[in-house]
Design a protein around this ligand. Structure first.
Ligand code: ADP
Length: 233
């Protein structure tokens, strides 16, 4: 039986007009993601992955096309609706963690919890990502992998329907990258839909249920063997 759709992306285009001409960062992307799916997005640098994720995360606007999350048309949201969407519906994880340096791990998660309607308990979420013992540490006192765990806890505390992670392992060594992917998989197993961009082929092969390969702003393959085709290009 077919699962329930969470995310629908329809012929999405984002063009940037610069003095050098037009850059078609996202150029007619369409795909659907089911509730509870873990979906990896791969593609070379400049393929349009970050632009795509930023639109899905409500941080950028598109030139044309539509994005629906849980039946609501995100691409038609006004500014205020987008603010609510970013606070409540999606959790974003960045490559460089983006933690507030003068707040402890727990305070970073609490800060995010204060701007949403029905947050989870920050201490519990921090414990869930394996950091109960480091709650009082500042980011500079944590390893890269631990900082990324804090960032994932911060993304989770809103209890979002989708986690969007843009190269979450891009700054980590292979062992820590593996742990972060395991954590994202655990989160996914608990029911949260996860969209993750990564370059790391080994991780992709080890974890994915589905791979969408993007190049030149277009989907070039989508499926269990997507990455293989991408490598063959
Ligand atoms: P990726 O994340 O796959 O590396 P990006 O989404 O960052 O790719 O970029 C896709 C293309 O869009 C690139 O050619 C990039 O230079 C261009 N681009 C991205 N953001 C902007 C912007 N704000 N203004 C102009 N061009 C941009």
């Amino acid at each position: 039986m077919e699962g329930q759709k969470l995310l629908t992306v329809k012929d999405l285009k984002t063009y940037f007009y610069t003095s050098g001409g037009v850059s078609k960062a996202v150029d007619g992307v369409s795909f659907e993601v089911e509730k509870g799916e873990l979906c990896v997005i791969v593609g070379p640098s400049g393929a349009g992955k970050t632009t795509l994720l930023n639109i899905l995360g409500g941080m950028d606007t598109r030139t044309s096309g539509k994005v629906f999350l849980d039946g609501a048309e995100v691409s038609a949201f006004h500014k205020r609706q987008l603010t609510t969407y970013r606070r409540q519906d999606v959790g974003f994880v960045f490559q460089f963690y983006n933690l507030v340096q003068n707040l402890t791990a727990l305070e970073n998660v609490e800060l995010a919890s204060q701007i949403c309607r029905d947050p989870l308990d920050p201490s519990q979420v921090l414990a869930d990502v394996g950091l109960a013992a480091r709650a009082k540490n500042f980011p500079a006192q944590l390893s890269g992998g631990e900082q990324q765990r804090v960032a994932i806890a911060r993304a989770l505390v809103n209890n979002p329907s989708m986690i969007i992670a843009d190269e979450p392992t891009g700054n980590l060594d292979p062992a820590r990258s593996y742990e972060i992917m395991l954590l994202l998989e655990e989160i996914n197993n608990l029911g949260t839909t996860v969209l993750v961009v990564t370059h790391e082929r080994e991780l992709v092969e080890r974890f994915t249920k589905r791979v969408i390969a993007i190049d030149d702003g277009k989907v070039i393959s989508d499926g269990m063997d997507g990455y293989y085709h991408y490598e063959e290009q």
